[in-house]
Design a protein around this ligand. Structure first.
Ligand code: FES
Length: 90
């Protein structure tokens, strides 16, 4: 199965709003996700500057290219597990 790509914005705004807690994924991958995810960091993705479409609430994380606003460690894991479950069902 192709790895799920998780890109964590660690720009200043996102970092201050909690991206640091999501970075834990880089150092300790939950057992059920070992070998299934690829975690990287990104500089400011510019979403924090875009106030028009409600995208301004960080921290932002991209999961397989899909943007998650207001991300938390648990929300990211829930989303990743949902993607894996869906893939396994197909
Ligand atoms: S700091 Fe994360 S989108 Fe700007």
């Amino acid at each position: 199965m192709e790895k799920i790509k998780i890109e964590i914005c660690v720009g200043t705004t996102c970092f201050v709003m909690g991206a640091s807690s999501i970075q834990a994924l880089e150092f300790e991958i939950p057992e059920d996700l070992i070998g299934k995810i690829e975690v990287t960091e990104s500089r400011c993705m510019e979403f924090c500057k875009d106030h028009k479409d409600g995208h301004h609430k960080g921290p932002f994380v991209k999961i397989n290219g899909e943007v998650m606003a207001d991300a938390t460690y648990d929300k990211v894991l829930d989303k990743v597990r949902a993607i894996i479950k869906k893939k396994e069902e197909n």
